[in-house]
Design a protein around this ligand. Structure first.
Ligand code: BGC
Length: 255
C-alpha cells in the first residue's frame, strides 16, 4: 500500500489503460476520482470492483475536453478527499484517419480530448498542488507516437506530440514546486482502442511480429508503471517520458 493517503484523479478512468490505472492506484491505497462520460455502466462496474478492494472511488459525470468539467473533477478530489496528489491525464481517443481524410470535427475531437484535457488537467492540478503545498505528480499518458509517426492516425500523433512537449515544458516549469510531470509512453496495448486489430488475426500476427517482446501489453503492465511514477520511488523523474512498449520503437526487420 505505497500510495496510502494519496488522492488521485484519473481521466478516462473507466475503460482501457485508465481503468487498470484506477484499480492499481486503489490497490496501492489511493483514493481516486474518475470521469464517466463514456459509459455510466462501465463506471458502476468499476466502482463495484473498487469497493471490493475496500477503497474509495468517486465517479463524476464530466467531459474532460471541457475545462469547467475538469475543474469539477479536481474540485471533487478536494471536497471529498481533502487534496490532490496525483493527476493522471489519461483520456485519449484516435480516429485512424490520415492527413488527407481527417475532418475538422475529427481533428477537434482528438485534440480536445487528448491534448486540451491534458493541458488544462495539468494546469488545474498544479494550481491545487501549489495551494496545498508539498508537491505532487502529474502523469500524462502519451504513446510511442508522441515521437514516432503512425501513418493513417495523424491527429492522434499530433496530440501525442503535443503531450510530449507539454510534459517537458510543464515539467520544467513545475519542478521547482516539487510537482513532477512525467509521460508514460505505451506501445500497443490490449484495450478497446486496439479492438479492431485484436479482432483481425492477420493484423494481430503482423503487430505481434513487430514487437520484440512478441505480444501486445496488457493494461495492467502500463498501470504498474503509472503506480511506480506516482510513488516515492520515482522522486527524481521529471519532464520526460518513460516508455513501456515491448521494444517496438527499436525493432527492425533487419533488412
Ligand atoms: C495506438 C495504437 C497503436 C499503438 C502501437 C498506440 O498509441 O493507440 O493504435 O497500435 O500505439 O503503434
Amino acid at each position: 500500500m505505497t500510495l496510502k493517503g494519496k488522492v488521485a484523479v484519473v481521466t478516462g478512468g473507466n475503460t482501457g489503460i485508465g481503468k487498470a490505472v484506477v484499480l492499481e492506484l486503489a490497490k496501492q491505497g489511493a483514493d481516486v476520482v474518475i470521469d464517466y462520460i463514456v459509459g455510466e455502466e462501465a463506471e458502476l462496474d468499476l466502482e463495484s470492483q473498487l469497493r471490493a478492494l475496500g477503497d474509495k472511488v468517486v465517479g463524476v459525470k464530466a467531459d474532460v475536453s471541457n475545462v469547467g468539467d475538469l475543474t469539477t473533477l479536481v474540485g471533487t478530489a478536494v471536497s471529498r478527499f481533502g487534496r490532490l496528489d496525483i493527476m493522471v491525464n489519461n483520456a485519449g481517443i484516435e480516429t485512424r484517419t490520415s492527413v488527407l481524410d481527417t475532418t475538422e470535427e475529427q481533428y477537434n475531437k482528438v485534440l480536445d480530448i487528448n491534448l486540451k484535457s491534458a493541458f488544462f488537467g495539468t494546469q488545474l492540478a498544479a494550481k491545487q498542488m501549489i495551494a496545498q503545498g508539498g508537491g505532487g505528480r502529474i502523469i500524462n499518458m502519451t504513446s510511442v507516437h508522441e515521437d514516432w509517426p503512425m501513418p493513417g492516425n495523424t491527429a492522434y500523433c499530433l496530440s501525442k506530440g503535443g503531450m510530449r512537449m507539454l510534459t517537458r515544458t510543464a515539467g520544467v516549469e513545475l519542478a521547482p514546486h516539487n510537482i513532477l510531470v512525467v509521460g508514460v509512453g505505451p506501445g500497443a496495448v490490449n484495450t478497446p482502442i486496439n479492438s479492431a486489430t485484436v479482432a483481425d488475426p492477420k493484423l494481430l500476427t503482423k503487430l505481434d511480429a513487430a514487437i520484440p517482446i512478441g505480444r501486445l501489453a496488457q493494461p495492467e503492465e502500463i498501470a504498474s508503471l503509472v503506480a511506480f511514477l506516482a510513488g516515492d520511488g520515482a522522486s527524481y523523474i521529471a519532464a520526460t517520458t518513460i516508455f513501456a512498449d515491448g521494444g517496438i520503437m527499436q525493432s527492425s526487420p533487419g533488412l
